[in-house]
Design a binder for this molecule. Structure first.
Ligand SMILES: [Zn+2]
Ligand SMILES: [Zn+2]
Length: 352
C-alpha cells in the first residue's frame, strides 16, 4: 500500500513538474499611449521599442478610441522573438470618465458618450462592445477623478479585470481622506461574490523626459504564466487569473490550489527593478524595511502576515476568496518609507 502510494506520489510529482516546466512567466503592459492620442510624446514604433528593449514580452498600444493594428507598427529587424503586440484600444467615454482597455480585439470598438446613461451602463456598453469585437475588457483607473465606485462596478456583468494599479501620476490608486483605495474597492467587489482580477499598468504618455511627476513607463506591469506567448494565450491566462500585478516587486513563485496558496519573492529582481528612478511608491511615515507577505480574505481582513521571502496559507473550504499581497518597504532619503507591491490574484472557494 505504501509502495503504491509512493508510486502514485512520484507519478503525480512528475506530472506536476512537467506542467510547471511547460509554463513560463511573461511580463506585459496592458495600457500605454502614443502620439496618435494627440497628448503623448512618442510614436507607436518607438513606444513599442521602449518595451522591447526592456525585457517585456507583450504590450497593448491602447489608444483613446483608436485601433492601432499591430501590423502597422515597425519593430527593429532581427529583434528578439519573445515580444508581441496585442491588438487593443482604450475605449473612452469622457462624459462618465469610463475608460477601458479592450484587450485582443479584431478591430475598432465603437464608443459612445451618452450622458443619459449611468456609469454602470457605460461600463457595460464597453464590455459588450469589446466582446462583440472579439476582445476582453479591463476597466481602467477607477480612481482617476474618483469617477468610479465599487457600487458602479457591482451592477455590471462579464467584467473580469480592472486596474488595481495605474502608473499615471494623476491617478489616485491609494485614495484619500474621502475616497477608498482601489484595493479596498477590490475587496468590496470580491466580498460581494464578484470574480474580478487586479491588473497593474503604466498608462504612460511621456517617454522623452523621466521623472516621478510625469506619466512615464515602467511603473506598473503584469506577470502572466502561460505555456505560449500569443495574444490569445495571454488573454486567456489573465482571464483564468494566472498572473500577478506589480508596482515594483517580482515574485519567484506563486502557486495556488484549492487547499494551499504559496508565494516566494525574488529579492534580486526586485532590487534591480527598484533602481528605476521613475517608480512611484506609496509613502508611509513609519514602517520597517524589507518584505512583508499578507494573506487577505473577505472584507479585506488580513488573515496572516509573514516577514521574510516566502509564505503559504491553507485555504479553508468556507472562505469566499483568499488573496496574497507582497509588500517591499524601503527608507527614503527625505525621511519616512515607501512601499511597492506584488498582488496575487484571488482564489475562490468554492471554485467558480
Ligand atoms: Zn484612461
Ligand atoms: Zn490611458
Amino acid at each position: 500500500m505504501l509502495k503504491q502510494s509512493l508510486i502514485i506520489a512520484s507519478i503525480l510529482s512528475l506530472s506536476t513538474l512537467e506542467a510547471f516546466a511547460a509554463d513560463k512567466w511573461y511580463r506585459g503592459n496592458t495600457h500605454v499611449h502614443t502620439t496618435l492620442s494627440g497628448h503623448a510624446d512618442t510614436t507607436p514604433d518607438e513606444v513599442a521599442k521602449w518595451y522591447l528593449d526592456r525585457d517585456y514580452n507583450f504590450l497593448i498600444l491602447s489608444e483613446h478610441n483608436k485601433f492601432i493594428d499591430p501590423a502597422t507598427v515597425a519593430l527593429p529587424e532581427g529583434r528578439r522573438e519573445d515580444f508581441i503586440l496585442i491588438p487593443g484600444e482604450e475605449v473612452t467615454d469622457d462624459s462618465h470618465v469610463v475608460h477601458t482597455t479592450a484587450m485582443n480585439i479584431k478591430d475598432l470598438v465603437p464608443w459612445n458618450t451618452d450622458e443619459t446613461r449611468t456609469t454602470t451602463e457605460s461600463i457595460q456598453y464597453h464590455v459588450d462592445g469589446t466582446h462583440t469585437h472579439g476582445g476582453t475588457t479591463i476597466l481602467n483607473h477607477p480612481n482617476f477623478e474618483y469617477a468610479i465606485r465599487a457600487s458602479d462596478i457591482l451592477g455590471t456583468h462579464n467584467l473580469y479585470m480592472f486596474e488595481l494599479y495605474n502608473g499615471h501620476n494623476d491617478v489616485h490608486n491609494f485614495g484619500n481622506e474621502d475616497h477608498v483605495s482601489t484595493e479596498v474597492m477590490w475587496d468590496d467587489l470580491l466580498s460581494h461574490g464578484m470574480k474580478i482580477y487586479g491588473v497593474s499598468s503604466d498608462d504612460a504618455h511621456q517617454f522623452q523626459t523621466m521623472s516621478p511627476n510625469m506619466s512615464n513607463p515602467g511603473r506598473g506591469w503584469v506577470m502572466v504564466k502561460s505555456d505560449t506567448l500569443t495574444p490569445e494565450a495571454m488573454t486567456k491566462a489573465m482571464l483564468d487569473g494566472d498572473f500577478y500585478a506589480s508596482s515594483g516587486v517580482f515574485l519567484k513563485t506563486i502557486e495556488s490550489s484549492s487547499n494551499k496558496y504559496s508565494v516566494s519573492v525574488d529579492p534580486i529582481k526586485t532590487a534591480d527593478a527598484l533602481k528605476s528612478t521613475v517608480l512611484r511608491g506609496k509613502y508611509i511615515k513609519d514602517s520597517k524595511e524589507g518584505f512583508r507577505i499578507e494573506y487577505i480574505g473577505p472584507e479585506g481582513k488580513i488573515l496572516k502576515t509573514s516577514t521574510g521571502n516566502n509564505a503559504s496559507y491553507d485555504v479553508e473550504e468556507s472562505m469566499l476568496y483568499l488573496r496574497v499581497k507582497v509588500t517591499f518597504t524601503r527608507a527614503i532619503s527625505e525621511g519616512g518609507f515607501e512601499e511597492y507591491y506584488a498582488w496575487g490574484q484571488p482564489v475562490f472557494n468554492p471554485a467558480p
